[in-house]
Design a protein around this ligand. Structure first.
Ligand SMILES: Cc1cc2nc3c(=O)[nH]c(=O)nc-3n(C[C@H](O)[C@H](O)[C@H](O)COP(=O)(O)O)c2cc1C
Length: 388
C-alpha cells in the first residue's frame, strides 16, 4: 500500500498553463442543483464548490450544457446565457479566493435527451437507433421526473459546423466568466462518444465508417475550442472501452489509440481518462487495475488525469509509478468536501449517499462536513463497496 503522506500526489504539476500544488482533482459531477428553469448556477452551487476548493487544487465543474436545444438533464447548469456566466463568476471567484482552480466541463448529450428539456428540439445523434429510446430501463432526468429519452434523429452533415461552433461559443463564455480552462466531455456515451464508437455511429459520410472518420467530430470540436482560447486551457475527457449509456465499439483499443495520437497535435492541457472498470458511477470490474491510462501513456505526449474507482492508496501508486500525472475523484468528493486534506493526512473518508446524488436540495449536497476530528463515518472496505 502506498502511503499518501509521502507520495507524489502532493507534489506540484502543471496542466497546461494551470499550475497545481497537488494532484487530487475533483472530477466533473452533475448534481442537479442549478436554479430552474434556466440552469443558472446559484447560491447553493456557490456554497458546494466553495466547500470543495483547496489551495492549489483543481475542480472540474459538472457538465455544462451548450444551448437550450441541447439540454440533457433537468437541473444541470448551462454555459449559454449571461445569467449563467454571472452565476459561474461568483463560483470561480470563491474558488480562486481559496487558492483553487476551476475548469468548466462542456457537454452535448446527443441522443441522451428529451423534448421537454430542449424546447421541443428533437435530440440528435450520429445515427438513429430506436432501441435507445424504446428500452424501458433507460431513464433520464426531466422536469416531469425520470422518463425514457425522446426519439432522436441523425445530425445532417450540414448541421455539424453549427455543433462545433456551439463549443467555441461556450468556450468564449467560460473564458469571460473567468474559468481557468475548459474540458470537453467526449465520453460516457454522449454526443462525441456517439460519433466515436461504431456501435452508435452507422454513418456513411466522412463522419462515419473508419476510425479516422468517427474521430473527426472530436478533433473539429477540440480545434474550435483551442481557437476560441489556447491549447493549454483545453482538456479532453474520454472513456476508452466505455459501455455506459448503451455504448460499444468493435475495436476500442485501436479507436482510442487514434484519439490519443490525434490529440497530440493540439497539445491540450491534459487528457482525462475514465478507466473501463467504471460504468458511469458504478465499478463493474472491481479487480481490474488501471489499463486505459497505461495504454494512453505510451501514445499521448501530454499530461494524463486518471479517473475511476481510485482509492487514496491506488491513486498514490498510480502517480508514484508514473502511470498518471493527477487523479480525479468523483464520488469521494461528494461526501468529503475536504478530500485533498483527508488524503494527505490519511484521515478517514466519509461514505456517500447515492439517494441524494440528483435531488435538487442542500441535503446530500452541502451538508457533508469537513473532517473535525472524529465525526466522520469510517467505512469498512465492505461498506465502501456497498455504496458503489
Ligand atoms: C453523481 C455523479 C455525477 C456525475 N456527473 C458527471 C458529469 O457531469 N460529467 C462527467 O464527465 N462525469 C460525471 N460523472 C462521472 C464521474 O466524473 C467519475 O467518472 C465517476 O464517478 C468515477 O470516478 P470515482 O470512482 O472517483 O467516483 C458523474 C458521477 C457521479 C457519481
Amino acid at each position: 500500500m502506498n502511503a499518501t503522506k509521502t507520495s507524489q500526489l502532493f507534489s506540484p504539476v502543471e496542466l497546461g498553463s494551470t499550475r497545481l500544488k497537488h494532484r487530487v482533482v475533483m472530477a466533473p459531477l452533475t448534481r442537479s442543483r442549478s436554479v430552474q428553469p434556466d440552469g443558472v448556477p446559484g447560491d447553493l452551487m456557490l456554497e458546494y464548490y466553495t466547500q470543495r476548493a483547496s489551495d492549489g487544487g483543481l475542480i472540474i465543474s459538472e457538465a455544462a450544457q451548450l444551448s437550450i436545444a441541447t439540454r440533457g438533464w433537468h437541473g444541470a447548469p448551462g454555459m449559454y446565457s449571461d445569467a449563467q456566466v454571472d452565476g459561474w463568476k461568483k463560483i470561480i471567484d470563491a474558488v480562486h479566493a481559496k487558492g483553487g482552480h476551476i475548469f468548466a466541463q462542456l457537454w452535448h448529450p446527443g441522443r441522451f435527451s428529451h423534448v421537454s428539456l430542449t424546447g421541443g428540439a428533437v435530440p440528435v445523434s450520429a445515427s438513429v437507433d430506436p432501441e435507445y429510446w424504446q428500452n424501458p430501463s433507460r431513464l433520464i432526468s426531466t422536469p416531469s421526473g425520470w422518463i425514457q429519452p425522446s426519439p432522436h434523429r441523425a445530425l445532417e452533415k450540414s448541421e455539424i459546423t453549427g455543433v462545433v461552433e456551439d463549443y467555441g461559443k461556450a468556450v468564449e463564455r467560460a473564458k469571460s466568466a473567468g474559468f481557468d480552462g475548459v474540458e470537453v466531455h467526449a465520453g460516457n456515451g454522449y454526443l462525441i462518444d456517439q460519433f466515436l464508437q461504431d456501435g452508435s455511429n452507422k454513418r456513411t459520410d466522412e463522419y462515419g465508417g473508419s476510425i479516422e472518420n468517427r474521430a473527426r467530430l472530436l478533433f473539429e470540436v477540440v480545434e474550435a475550442m483551442v481557437s476560441a482560447w489556447t491549447h493549454d486551457r483545453v482538456g479532453v475527457r474520454i472513456t476508452p472501452s466505455g459501455t455506459f449509456n448503451a455504448m460499444s465499439d468493435s475495436d476500442p483499443e485501436a479507436l482510442h489509440a487514434h484519439v490519443a495520437e490525434g490529440l497530440n497535435r493540439f497539445g491540450p492541457a491534459y487528457l482525462h481518462i475514465i478507466e473501463p472498470r467504471m460504468s458511469g458511477s458504478l465499478v463493474i470490474k472491481e479487480d481490474q487495475p488501471p489499463v486505459a491510462t497505461e495504454r494512453a501513456r505510451k501514445i499521448f505526449k501530454g499530461k494524463i488525469v486518471a479517473n475511476g474507482g481510485f482509492e487514496p492508496a491506488s491513486a498514490a501508486a498510480a502517480i508514484d509509478q508514473g502511470d498518471a500525472d493527477a487523479i480525479s475523484f468523483g464520488r469521494y468528493f461528494i461526501s468529503n468536501p475536504d478530500l485533498p486534506r483527508r488524503i494527505r493526512e490519511e484521515l478517514p473518508l466519509a461514505s456517500y449517499d447515492r439517494d441524494t446524488f440528483y435531488t435538487f436540495q442542500a441535503k446530500g449536497y452541502t451538508d457533508y462536513p469537513s473532517y473535525n476530528g472524529g465525526q466522520s463515518l469510517i467505512p469498512s472496505r465492505e461498506d465502501s463497496l456497498a455504496f458503489r
